[in-house]
Write a protein of this length. Structure first.
Length: 87
């Protein structure tokens, strides 16, 4: 669910909240040349790939991804998870 974006008049920032079912996520590594990103885990546990290491992030964790950093995320648990994504 988009919480803030172009439809709200934002041209520099977006805020998305999403639920990841078990096995869900965006597990293909990618990067952005000119965009920092922040993820905040609301519920469950999500694994984030930064460079070449997966790290678990339980609810309450903030993950900062600087521009030009390879990253991905996945829910490797048996329970749904939710996070907010600021870009």
């Amino acid at each position: 669910m988009i919480k803030l974006g172009a439809l709200d008049g934002s041209t520099q920032i977006g805020l998305v909240e999403s639920e990841l079912p078990p096995g869900g996520g965006f597990a293909v590594p990618h990067w952005h040349d000119d965009l920092d990103e922040v993820f905040y885990v609301l519920e469950g546990e999500i694994e984030y790939l930064l460079h070449d290491s997966w790290m678990p992030a339980p609810a309450g964790t903030t993950v900062f991804v600087p521009a030009r950093t390879a990253h991905a995320f996945r829910n490797a648990t048996d329970h749904p998870a939710r996070h907010r994504h600021l870009m």
